[in-house]
Design a protein around this ligand. Sequence first.
Ligand code: CUA
Length: 187
Amino acid sequence: MSVGADTRGSSEEVAAAFELRWGLLVGAVIVLLLAMIFFTAVHWSSMPPSRVEVIDSTTLHRAGEFVESNLGTAVEDNGQVVVRVLAEQYAFQPNCLIVPEGVPVTFRVTSSDVVHGFQIIGTNVNSMVVPGYVSTFVTTLEGAGERTMPCHEFCGVGHAAMWARVRVVPLAQFEALMRARPRAGCV
Ligand code: CUA
Protein backbone atom coordinates (compact mmCIF):
# COMPACT_ATOMS: atom_id res chain seq x y z
CA MET A 1 0.00 0.00 0.00
CA SER A 2 2.58 2.46 1.07
CA VAL A 3 4.71 1.45 -1.91
CA GLY A 4 1.84 2.23 -4.29
CA ALA A 5 1.23 5.59 -2.61
CA ASP A 6 4.94 6.43 -2.83
CA THR A 7 5.02 5.60 -6.53
CA ARG A 8 1.95 7.78 -7.18
CA GLY A 9 3.49 10.60 -5.23
CA SER A 10 6.77 10.45 -7.09
CA SER A 11 5.09 10.28 -10.51
CA GLU A 12 3.10 13.38 -9.58
CA GLU A 13 6.32 15.08 -8.65
CA VAL A 14 7.89 14.03 -11.95
CA ALA A 15 4.86 15.35 -13.84
CA ALA A 16 4.98 18.61 -11.92
CA ALA A 17 8.67 19.00 -12.68
CA PHE A 18 8.02 18.39 -16.39
CA GLU A 19 5.12 20.82 -16.43
CA LEU A 20 7.24 23.46 -14.76
CA ARG A 21 10.07 22.90 -17.24
CA TRP A 22 7.74 23.12 -20.24
CA GLY A 23 5.99 26.10 -18.72
CA LEU A 24 9.29 27.92 -18.36
CA LEU A 25 10.30 26.98 -21.91
CA VAL A 26 7.02 28.25 -23.40
CA GLY A 27 7.26 31.36 -21.24
CA ALA A 28 10.78 31.99 -22.54
CA VAL A 29 9.58 31.61 -26.16
CA ILE A 30 6.74 34.09 -25.54
CA VAL A 31 9.15 36.58 -23.93
CA LEU A 32 11.56 36.17 -26.88
CA LEU A 33 8.77 36.76 -29.44
CA LEU A 34 7.50 39.81 -27.55
CA ALA A 35 11.05 41.16 -27.37
CA MET A 36 11.43 40.67 -31.14
CA ILE A 37 8.11 42.42 -31.82
CA PHE A 38 9.04 45.27 -29.49
CA PHE A 39 12.50 45.62 -31.00
CA THR A 40 11.29 45.65 -34.62
CA ALA A 41 8.41 47.99 -33.79
CA VAL A 42 10.72 50.51 -32.13
CA HIS A 43 13.72 49.99 -34.37
CA TRP A 44 11.82 50.07 -37.69
CA SER A 45 8.99 52.26 -36.41
CA SER A 46 6.57 49.49 -37.46
CA MET A 47 7.30 50.26 -41.10
CA PRO A 48 8.40 48.01 -43.93
CA PRO A 49 12.11 47.30 -43.47
CA SER A 50 13.18 49.02 -46.66
CA ARG A 51 13.76 52.57 -47.70
CA VAL A 52 10.73 54.32 -46.25
CA GLU A 53 8.98 56.94 -48.33
CA VAL A 54 5.43 57.90 -47.50
CA ILE A 55 2.74 59.26 -49.79
CA ASP A 56 -0.90 60.26 -49.33
CA SER A 57 -2.78 57.41 -51.02
CA THR A 58 -6.07 59.34 -51.03
CA THR A 59 -4.91 62.02 -53.48
CA LEU A 60 -2.87 59.89 -55.91
CA HIS A 61 -5.32 60.35 -58.79
CA ARG A 62 -5.67 64.10 -58.39
CA ALA A 63 -2.16 65.42 -57.98
CA GLY A 64 1.48 64.56 -57.63
CA GLU A 65 3.83 62.00 -59.05
CA PHE A 66 1.32 59.19 -59.64
CA VAL A 67 -1.33 61.03 -61.67
CA GLU A 68 -2.26 59.08 -64.80
CA SER A 69 -0.33 61.33 -67.19
CA ASN A 70 2.90 60.77 -65.25
CA LEU A 71 2.73 56.96 -65.09
CA GLY A 72 4.91 54.73 -67.23
CA THR A 73 8.52 55.09 -68.25
CA ALA A 74 10.28 58.44 -68.25
CA VAL A 75 13.83 59.63 -68.69
CA GLU A 76 14.49 62.23 -66.00
CA ASP A 77 16.54 65.37 -66.53
CA ASN A 78 19.55 63.63 -65.00
CA GLY A 79 19.27 60.79 -67.53
CA GLN A 80 17.86 58.30 -65.03
CA VAL A 81 15.21 55.93 -66.38
CA VAL A 82 12.27 55.93 -63.98
CA VAL A 83 9.18 53.75 -64.23
CA ARG A 84 6.15 54.84 -62.21
CA VAL A 85 3.42 52.33 -61.58
CA LEU A 86 0.14 52.52 -59.69
CA ALA A 87 -1.25 49.27 -58.32
CA GLU A 88 -5.01 49.15 -57.85
CA GLN A 89 -7.66 46.48 -57.45
CA TYR A 90 -7.23 44.76 -59.90
CA ALA A 91 -4.73 46.14 -62.35
CA PHE A 92 -1.41 47.86 -62.69
CA GLN A 93 -1.42 51.28 -64.34
CA PRO A 94 -0.01 51.14 -66.95
CA ASN A 95 -0.51 47.46 -67.63
CA CYS A 96 2.46 47.21 -69.98
CA LEU A 97 5.83 48.79 -69.27
CA ILE A 98 8.64 49.58 -71.67
CA VAL A 99 12.14 49.43 -70.26
CA PRO A 100 15.55 49.59 -71.94
CA GLU A 101 17.84 46.58 -71.96
CA GLY A 102 21.05 46.71 -69.94
CA VAL A 103 20.42 50.07 -68.30
CA PRO A 104 19.65 50.61 -64.58
CA VAL A 105 15.95 51.33 -64.22
CA THR A 106 14.36 52.83 -61.12
CA PHE A 107 10.89 51.52 -60.33
CA ARG A 108 8.58 53.60 -58.18
CA VAL A 109 5.37 51.85 -57.26
CA THR A 110 2.52 52.66 -54.92
CA SER A 111 -1.03 51.51 -54.23
CA SER A 112 -4.24 53.49 -53.98
CA ASP A 113 -6.18 50.84 -52.08
CA VAL A 114 -4.82 47.65 -50.52
CA VAL A 115 -1.52 45.78 -50.32
CA HIS A 116 -0.41 44.42 -53.68
CA GLY A 117 2.72 42.63 -54.84
CA PHE A 118 5.11 43.65 -57.59
CA GLN A 119 7.21 40.98 -59.19
CA ILE A 120 8.84 40.65 -62.58
CA ILE A 121 9.26 36.99 -63.41
CA GLY A 122 12.86 35.98 -64.12
CA THR A 123 14.36 39.02 -62.35
CA ASN A 124 15.17 40.04 -58.80
CA VAL A 125 12.31 42.55 -58.81
CA ASN A 126 10.02 41.52 -55.98
CA SER A 127 8.37 43.91 -53.59
CA MET A 128 5.23 44.50 -51.62
CA VAL A 129 3.25 47.57 -52.59
CA VAL A 130 1.67 49.10 -49.53
CA PRO A 131 -0.81 52.00 -49.65
CA GLY A 132 0.73 55.09 -48.09
CA TYR A 133 4.26 54.08 -49.12
CA VAL A 134 6.33 54.23 -52.28
CA SER A 135 8.21 51.03 -53.08
CA THR A 136 11.42 51.86 -54.89
CA PHE A 137 14.07 49.64 -56.36
CA VAL A 138 16.69 49.83 -59.05
CA THR A 139 17.39 46.95 -61.39
CA THR A 140 18.95 46.26 -64.75
CA LEU A 141 16.99 43.97 -67.05
CA GLU A 142 18.98 41.89 -69.49
CA GLY A 143 17.69 40.24 -72.63
CA ALA A 144 15.12 41.87 -74.89
CA GLY A 145 11.67 40.38 -74.78
CA GLU A 146 8.48 40.39 -72.80
CA ARG A 147 8.17 39.42 -69.16
CA THR A 148 5.21 38.83 -66.94
CA MET A 149 4.57 41.03 -63.94
CA PRO A 150 1.98 39.42 -61.65
CA CYS A 151 0.58 40.76 -58.41
CA HIS A 152 1.79 38.27 -55.82
CA GLU A 153 0.00 39.48 -52.71
CA PHE A 154 -3.60 38.38 -52.33
CA CYS A 155 -5.57 41.61 -52.76
CA GLY A 156 -9.15 40.49 -53.26
CA VAL A 157 -11.39 38.48 -55.58
CA GLY A 158 -9.66 39.80 -58.71
CA HIS A 159 -6.15 39.05 -57.47
CA ALA A 160 -5.51 36.18 -59.91
CA ALA A 161 -6.34 38.44 -62.86
CA MET A 162 -4.02 41.22 -61.73
CA TRP A 163 -0.90 41.19 -63.82
CA ALA A 164 0.92 43.31 -66.35
CA ARG A 165 3.69 42.94 -68.92
CA VAL A 166 7.19 44.34 -69.06
CA ARG A 167 8.68 44.78 -72.50
CA VAL A 168 12.48 44.97 -72.49
CA VAL A 169 13.71 46.65 -75.67
CA PRO A 170 17.19 47.39 -77.04
CA LEU A 171 18.51 50.78 -75.95
CA ALA A 172 18.37 52.34 -79.44
CA GLN A 173 14.73 51.34 -79.83
CA PHE A 174 13.98 52.66 -76.36
CA GLU A 175 15.57 56.02 -77.11
CA ALA A 176 13.55 56.31 -80.33
CA LEU A 177 10.36 55.54 -78.38
CA MET A 178 11.18 58.13 -75.73
CA ARG A 179 11.79 60.76 -78.39
CA ALA A 180 8.36 60.05 -79.82
CA ARG A 181 6.52 60.18 -76.48
CA PRO A 182 7.64 61.58 -73.13
CA ARG A 183 5.88 58.77 -71.24
CA ALA A 184 6.51 55.62 -73.19
CA GLY A 185 4.24 52.63 -72.89
CA CYS A 186 3.50 49.59 -75.02
CA VAL A 187 0.85 50.05 -77.77
CU1 CUA B 1 -3.16 43.00 -56.51
CU2 CUA B 1 -3.10 40.74 -55.84
